[in-house]
Design a protein. Sequence first.
Lengths: 111, 295
Amino acid sequence: MKPAVDLTNLNDMIGDDPDLRAELFKEFIKSSEESLAVLRASCDEASQEIWRKESHSMKGISLNLGAEALGELCKTAQEHYTDPAAAKRELLSQIETEYSRVKDFLLKDGA
Amino acid sequence: MLIDIITQDTSQAMLSLIARSQQGNGLVSALHVRFGNLGLSPDESELVPVIRSILEEKQAAIYFFDDGDVVITWRGAQKAVLEALIATLEKVFSPANRRDFCTYYDIQAHGQDLRLLCMQKTGPTPAKEKQTASVVQSPVVGSSSIPPVSESDLHIMEKGRAEFQSAVQARKTRLRPEILIVEDQLFSRKLLVTMLENKYKIHESEDAKAGLDIYLQCAPDIVFLDIEMPGANGHQFAALVHGLDPQAYIVMVTGNNQLDDVKRAKENAAKGFVIKPFSREKIQDHIQKFLRERR
């Protein structure tokens, strides 16, 4: 299985600064968990626009981090923002699973 | 710094009307109702009673546009009034697409100068932006006679103009380029700042409104601009800045690579378009391109 995160691009952007890297990882986790909380609360039809914006937001930071699979799942979520609630919950479950892999990587391997 | 407001989906003419109809200082609300999108052209006898039932005592004015759209302005900015007005309009006219029905503007008025405090769209931008409001009929509630709309309405009030012109002059002789980053996600903003701060003077903002204030104060050489942000979006920012500063060098940075975004970026004279994930190379390419063009 591919690693959840490829840090090559990120390292090229920020250089070799472990403190900065740790700070960015912390910010990524904080922001992602806020997004996940919003997504969990906005699977219903009335919250389509909130779902679309939040999945877009999480996609952006995931791709910039180098978490490509997570970014792709968020992209799918953004594109399918009008899907029924059940389909969104299924997609959200996949996002949460992949996010766990990313978080584990950041807390263990990537730190 | 106070600015007049011109956004992509709000015509200069319409805003001039708001300024003229709600003279004095204080909070002003405006609601742009897109009846044109619904193929409706409600006449005065149909619409005025609906508006009056909500805004009777609030010095309201209603403007009818040739394409069927209507702009309603009134004193104050109580959310309950706005919600009641939208709910009533929806009930009476049953729009097929509620999310594309209205746009609300919360404005601080200083005489005829306006400052946009909040703009809230209730849906996606219509495919075709309205560039100019057509002939406006007389207001039917509240406001007295309204001067004709002038094409020369200013985008910036005099107070801010001098400071902005001074910053633009300073930009011509600046040795170290200044870069403005407008990006709502702290993670992505921090990445850009980290990458660029050693070589350039960096200004950063998490939304378009604060970004615009910085732009007017500093006249940055380059703007890296996110598109999807809370409040005004990157396209609206780019349109406004390009209107104020034809020399603006704006690079859009976004997670979307939809044709519509690219098209709108070009319409707003953006000089480049970076798709996330961005990289050192992509960002530097745009800076190098700017430096070559400036020479």
